[in-house]
Design a binder for this molecule. Structure first.
Ligand SMILES: Nc1ncnc2c1ncn2[C@@H]1O[C@H](COP(=O)(O)OP(=O)(O)OP(=O)(O)O)[C@@H](O)[C@H]1O
Ligand SMILES: [Mg+2]
Length: 148
């Protein structure tokens, strides 16, 4: 079983009376452990596709399986919960919470996912250490470099 699988997925945006087709008939499998690159011209549907795989948006047609779960028919609250547990997303504009420190930004989704405080502390410390940010953990996002 593939961690991500799409079958004949389609998505059309509706801008008032105008239909903007963004994706049509996308079928693909992403393999476990694979480093996968999605490339294509501007406007070809890359962000739309990632939003569907990341359960941020819903397809109009087709089936999307993520981590063994069919996501295209899940209700919104179940989808939010699923996203918190299974999806990691690094946005181009980061979407860090400006009033929370580096450490608190890492911890927040774990708290939403119901991870207990001692386990959260362990995981936050391991994650910050893995990216060399332990000594900047109390800095706000605005007090970090772009790369940090
Ligand atoms: N919210 C929206 N409402 C209406 N049309 C949209 C919306 N978002 C994207 N589109 C249209 O859907 C198509 C796919 O857009 P998408 O953002 O997925 O492209 P992209 O491959 O990510 O492009 P880029 O490389 O420029 O980021 C384009 O024709 C775009 O104009
Ligand atoms: Mg894009």
């Amino acid at each position: 079983m593939h961690p991500v699988s799409l079958h004949q997925v389609g998505k059309t945006y509706r801008l008032g009376a105008v239909d903007v087709p963004a994706l049509s008939d996308i079928t693909l499998d992403i393999h476990q452990g694979a480093f996968t690159v999605l490339s294509g011209p501007s406007g070809s549907g890359k962000t739309t596709l990632l939003n569907l795989i990341g359960c941020i948006d819903m397809p109009d047609r087709g089936e999307i399986t993520v981590a063994g779960q069919q996501v295209q028919s899940m209700p919104d609250d179940a989808l939010s919960d699923f996203r918190a547990r299974h999806i990691g997303f690094i946005f181009q504009n980061f979407n860090l919470i400006p009033v929370l420190s580096a450490r608190e930004n890492v911890e927040y989704p774990l708290a939403l996912a119901g991870v207990a405080a001692p386990e959260r502390r362990k995981r936050v410390e391991a994650l910050l250490d893995a990216v060399g940010l332990s000594d900047r953990q109390h800095n706000l996002p605005a007090q970090l470099s772009g790369g940090q």
